[in-house]
Design a protein around this ligand. Structure first.
Ligand code: DLL
Length: 433
């Protein structure tokens, strides 16, 4: 009884000091963006809220929301809160032309992002004796650079593999004794399958994996854990807020601790924008309180989850978010890449096709399959098989340029895709996540 009372007191005290820290940082950030970003000043003025009205995080609901549309309106420099000469890095979302979001970082922003990823690596049991094998993509995508920076901060030996060339990945894994694998869950499953088929399970020294950037189920986690002989940890993040490491899982594996000293989460009703109490499912919103170049306030992620303050057996008192339960928009994440149906429509129309198409996504052996069925025009229908397959290949190539990944394109007979009387059913997602 005494012990649990004492523990409750400790938790309350640490929550109160967290709130104090968050409030102090929020006040500074609001003033910073109001002074430096005309776009924010206009939004705040339109809502009748001045920086002086924000005194603590209890005042967060007074601030306007920011959405991906705002970032598109302000593209590329409109949300930048420091002179360009103070920035050192740009990253961009894993989609997309037209919908691309560009995020800017000062060196201080990179340092805090590294710190967040370092926390994820430490929570997965990483330390300076580990060999961290980073198979997320490098480049504009935040996965590779984020985990790379975190691993350096921890002092682990970092293997900047990037994705692809699975045989070489496995060879390095065996030769260099990689202990922690960082990649998308679907790539982890594929690596596991290849290791088994090559009979190399006994050669690898992996003990943990840090997997995120796309939805994955508890069943998939257990499967990867069994096949690689590791403990698999979820990691969440988005480019707009910094990248991976916005939240991370600990050994309890019951949701991800949010790095709330940098990113304050809220859950809202996506229809009304009303803030919902902890424990209620809704849309996740983040406010950056310690970034300088690109500190978004009340950014609507479109991701659906639940927040929980329940004590965690690992001892961390950071709030936890559940595994993601879906999205409020039509964005699909296929093999870690963000895909909007409207991009496919754009390609089809540009190529003189009709916008009658259907996207079929499935997951086979833990890998996403991605097919686009497109109706032929009537003149194409009488074409030769050879012409049709050339046309399919052209569409694959245009879609690869637009999306960053290649679907299988199948041309189907005119009017064969079921018409709908309401919204067209553009997506058939058979993945059980
Ligand atoms: O995917 C950052 C990242 C890289 C996270 C590596 C984890 C590991 P974006 O390309 O901007 O950034 O995509 C962000 O991906 O809004 C979610 O919908 C989805 N997502 C990210 N992590 C998870 C996860 C990176 N653990 C979008 N589970 C987010 C489910 C995730 N979905």
């Amino acid at each position: 009884m005494f012990v649990s009372y004492y523990q409750e007191e400790m938790e309350r005290a640490s929550r109160e000091s967290m709130k104090e820290l968050q409030s102090k940082r929020l006040v500074g950030t609001v003033k910073h963006v109001y002074d430096k970003v005309p776009y924010y000043r206009n939004l705040m003025d339109a809502k009748g809220v001045a920086p002086e009205d924000i005194k603590s995080i209890d005042d967060l609901p007074k601030l306007p929301f920011i959405s991906k549309d705002d970032l598109r309106d302000a593209y590329p420099y409109g949300m930048l809160a420091v002179p360009l000469s103070d920035t050192v890095r740009i990253q961009s979302t894993s989609g997309t032309t037209g919908r691309r979001v560009v995020a800017f970082y000062t060196q201080a922003d990179i340092d805090l992002w590294d710190e967040c990823c370092a926390r994820a690596i430490v929570a997965a049991g990483g330390g300076k004796d580990d060999v961290v094998h980073v198979s997320y993509g490098y480049g504009l995508f935040t996965g590779g650079p984020g985990l790379n920076g975190g691993s350096h901060k921890v002092g682990s030996l970092t293997l900047p593999m990037s994705s692809g060339n699975t045989e070489r990945q496995i060879q390095f894994m065996c030769d260099l004794g990689s202990t922690i694998l960082c990649c998308t869950p679907s790539y982890a499953a594929y690596i596991a399958e290849t290791i088994s088929s090559q009979g190399l399970r006994g050669e690898i020294k992996l003990k943990a994996g840090i997997f995120g950037a796309e939805a994955w189920s508890e069943e998939m986690r257990r499967d990867i854990e069994k096949n690689l002989g590791i403990k698999a940890y979820d990691i969440y993040g988005l480019t707009e807020i910094s990248g991976p490491g916005v939240s991370f899982e600990c050994e309890e594996q019951t949701g991800m601790h949010v790095n709330e000293d940098h990113f304050v989460p809220e859950i809202i009703d996506p229809a009304t924008g009303e803030v919902l109490p902890d424990g209620t499912k809704g849309e996740l919103v983040f406010t950056c309180i310690s970034k300088t170049a690109f500190p978004l306030l009340r950014y609507r992620t479109r991701d659906i989850c639940v927040l929980s303050r329940k004590a965690c057996s690992c001892g961390r008192t950071l709030i936890k978010m559940s595994r993601l339960m879906g999205r409020t928009d039509d964005m699909l994440i296929i093999r870690g890449v963000n895909v909007f149906p409207s991009q496919i429509e754009t390609v089809l129309l540009r190529c003189g096709m009709t916008p009658n198409y259907q996207i079929i996504v499935d997951r086979v052996h833990h890998t996403d399959t991605f097919e686009v069925q497109v109706e032929m025009t009537t003149d194409m229908f009488s074409d030769t098989v050879k012409n049709i397959s050339t046309r399919e290949n052209e569409l694959v190539s245009d879609m690869k340029t637009m999306l960053g990944i290649s679907p299988k394109v199948t041309l189907v007979a005119p009017r064969s895709i079921t018409r709908s009387e309401g919204k067209a059913v553009r997506v058939i997602d058979r993945r059980k996540i």
